[in-house]
Design a protein around this ligand. Sequence first.
Ligand SMILES: Nc1ncnc2c1ncn2[C@@H]1O[C@H](COP(=O)(O)OP(=O)(O)OP(=O)(O)O)[C@@H](O)[C@H]1O
Ligand SMILES: [Mg+2]
Length: 420
Amino acid sequence: MVFTMIDDKISTWKIIEEELSRPTLFKSRESLTPEYVPDTLPHRENEIKALVSAFKHLITSPGSISQRVLIIGGVGTGKTVTARVFGRDFTRIARLRGYNIRYVHVNCHRNRTLYNVVADIAKQLEIPLPPRGLSVKEMYDAILGYLEDHDLYAIITLDEFHYFASIAGSDAVYFIVRTYDDIETSIKRLNFIFISLDTSKLSLLDSSTESYLLRHMIKLKPYTSKELYDILKYRASQAFYEGVVDDEVLRFIAEYEGSDRGGGGNARHAIEILLLAGDIADSEGSTKINLEHVRKAIMRTSREIINVSESILYSPLHELILLWAIIRLLRRTGKPYVKMGEVEKEYEVLCEVLGEEPRRHTQIYEYVMNLKKAGVIDARTSGKGLRGRTTLISIHYGPLDLFEKHVEDLVYRKLGVVRR
Ligand SMILES: Nc1ncnc2c1ncn2[C@@H]1O[C@H](COP(=O)(O)OP(=O)(O)OP(=O)(O)O)[C@@H](O)[C@H]1O
Ligand SMILES: [Mg+2]
């Protein structure tokens, strides 16, 4: 009895020891987490330049104006990270030149009230406040007094400002945006960056402030697949050991998410998929991330496969056989794309096995287009190669083994075959 207990303990220890010493694909997993601020931002160079030119006065003529800039853009287009990288690097360079500028980044989603927002600004500036509760105005004055006493300038980013505007209301927005203008001071110390999903909440402002912000607006577009590829390439080089992720895998994620390919152009989603694919590959003890890991990650991060399964429920029999052929080929070759010609051959093989007369080329092509329209597959014409153009077919979600099982079942059901 005692022995078995010791044995049990030893085996648990062994499991823990083994798990702890197991090699991982990650050089730095943290660098793919949402809080991480990367060193550089591929494809946001122009936006950083625009921010520098907007805040240049802090170095060329400090105190001359109180600048306000509005950054807008869809989810995951890099609004937060662009402001953070700019703030971090601009203040560093300014310090090297002898200028003391503070960068403050307030998340208005977390600090929903005016009180919390102003308190957070004070906290980040490390302004000692008396323990008794101060009013918003008193805190604001304390912030201004502190900057004045220490001869400091500040750039304050109010992130998720649209959220603050809808929760805290127009008086709070007015306070944040306009109070400083009403204060008579010869040296302007506060500067603002407002970050919002769109411009809809600007109507809460008076028209002169609204038009001012619209004139100082930096708009971030959703990322294209090429841009996402560059971003992923860079982020992967930070996160994984060399040779862990092939370009093909990065391109696959980039094309799934790229705005030019019908994706959201959302860098957060793309990075999330890469991180999750890395975790899955790690847990399977794989030394590389392959396309199937990525498909699993995509499936876990989206409900796509469920929607797709519903949309092929009423597809005609031969459209399903064709889809089955596509899945089989993708699985067998392990490639991101398969060619139309290869698919047709595989389809003919399947038809023979099933005892079905294969449909003609034009009909098959129509099936491909239907499946594409339904969002089940991705199809595009290749660039002109040696042998002319061909249609390339891909499936981004997965895992394909589960999906194949589903399609196979559907095919047999349509054939009226009862399988055990
Ligand atoms: N150009 C880029 N280069 C490297 N990483 C990027 C780039 N753009 C965005 N990212 C990364 O993508 C993720 C999403 O970016 P970010 O949080 O800035 O988006 P956002 O526009 O603020 O989205 P949301 O509207 O949801 O707040 C972050 O992990 C960020 O580091
Ligand atoms: Mg953000």
